[in-house]
Write a protein that binds this ligand. Sequence first.
Ligand SMILES: *Cc1c(COP(=O)(O)O)cnc(C)c1O
Length: 399
Amino acid sequence: MLFRPASIRMRMGMRSVGTHSRRCLPNMQDGGGGGCSLLQSRWKSSLPQLDPVDRSDDDNNGGDIDWDNLGFGLTPTDYMYVMRCSQGEGGFSRGELSRYGNIELSPSSGILNYGQGLFEGLKAYARADRPGYMLFRPEENARRMQVGAERMCMPSPSVEQFVHAVKQTVLANGRWVPPQGKGALYIRPLLIGSGAILGLAPAPEYTFMIYASPVGTYFKEGMAAINLVVEEEFHRAMPGGTGGVKTIANYAPVLKAQMDAKSRGFADVLYLDSVHKRYVEEASSCNLFVLKGDTLATPATAGTILPGITRRSIIELARDRGYQVEERLVSIDDLVSADEVFCTGTAVGVTPVSTVTYQGTRYEFRTGEDSLSRMLYNTLTSIQMGVAEDKKGWIVAVD
Ligand SMILES: *Cc1c(COP(=O)(O)O)cnc(C)c1O
């Protein structure tokens, strides 16, 4: 990252695209700290049509990418979307696509100094039946960002702005969307306090950004079942904290536990509640389900658990199949005596857990063809990839 005593700005060499680039430059205003309430009003005017993007130099579809060996690494794509909100502006102004590349930030920006930032994650799939792409419940990501922004004293884009920006990003990076069955274009929206601030207060300017990367499976195990270990020393969240929102600040503190677990051969850790150290919460980046008989249980989202969109969708799909689904406290005893355990998330999909290690004992669970997790995985992915009919209105077309 380059530093210059200016607020966030595209690097000189980066080509600005679209027809409205000049009009969208930040309108910086001086003055005291930007209060949340001042910035909460949303920009509501009618949204512009998709910007015409010059893609004349992007004709080599897919580049040299090896679609069969995509992991969850970053493959830089062509364009990113940027939209700003300055103090006194009342909301986000119109955003624009620009060439993907480094950004500049003031050394005293709110995000760098105080971690005022949120992220989101969603996927776009190539359609099987015709050209075009599909998004899975993107309005839910938009709403979750609004809830998180409220908690972090930030203004947030409207649902319409968010979804429009995601669509623009997908269309501009269309050649990076993996072919059907090979993966997805992972879309990463960010909302950060980009304005300069020294005293502890909300930043005076905010930037909403989206970039994208083609991805395959999240765990190196691929579609295979993973081994988890229950973490007893470190906690991910606490009551009254920010575990229930996707703030950037939640993730660096879990790296240590995750790296230790990986060095011992586990894919990830399972966190316990920080008060009783008896109830399982979730893994570093995905939610947890335990099946016993015909009852599927998942920890209730009461502030320390990230309310996953995949989690909510799986609850609905399991109920449709006649399973009783309970959102409640899930104790260590519930976990170790379960028939099946699996994790859910946009990045991980529905990943079966074959073993959980707790206090040195390894507990095994059912996985494979006849498991509920496999059935739910098949149901969910066939909706997401457009193979099954979308009876729930979860799919948003991009074309
Ligand atoms: C993003 C995330 C999830 C999964 O949420 P989805 O909306 O299903 O992708 C679960 N737990 C944590 C901690 C997360 O950051």
